[in-house]
Design a protein around this ligand. Sequence first.
Ligand code: ZN
Length: 237
Amino acid sequence: MAGFDNKERGLTRLLENNRQWAKRMTEEHPGFFEKLARQQAPEVLWIGCSDSRVPANEIIGVMPGEVFVHRNVANQVLHVDFNCLAVLQFAVEVLRVRHVIVCGHYGCGGVRAAMSRHEMGLIDNWLYTIGAFRQKHATQLESLRHAGEQEDALCELNVIEQVRNVCNTTLVQQAWRRGQDLAVHGWIYGIHDGHIHDLNITITDAQAIEPIYAAAVAAPRLRHGLARLDQGATGEP
Ligand code: ZN
């Protein structure tokens, strides 16, 4: 069986880029890799979408070692997803991060797929809970006039729901009971302009989950339109 040839697959450029990047980093930050090789001490766990347009480190301008990252389609935190839970446990209990950020994005293909009626196979199972969120917030979403507004709103509501899911994991509940300093945040990123917006759902203890969740869901833009936080744009990015 013939193997894949890197050159043939267009990957040579990536390896060359890597060598140049490592050289530049070493020149600009002497000892950088040696220090990172000894330990990592990030203060942030980032839970984001796998979308290639939403790279965690780049869009928040941090170096390797500063953010622990978990990504999946549509930035979901499912209580049966042991991949995500294992990342969360390591981040909270071993790295002892101070912040968990769930960052969604407008124009999310996963959210769009959950809104469509088209069957796409296995991925439909992964996106099932987003469809359930759509039903849960149907009255609110349908009050928005344009499909683009509804999609933007569901992208935001998905982040808000996932923040609540993070907070309701046994891992985060136990951390708070131990008195660990841990805040969970919900952000959304605009692929069209590169800006991140805070969805005003920052939760730092178990008692605050429901009132802050309810306030975030009831945000005026999510009830009256102009969902997208920057200019109230609708539709495709
Ligand atoms: Zn996405």
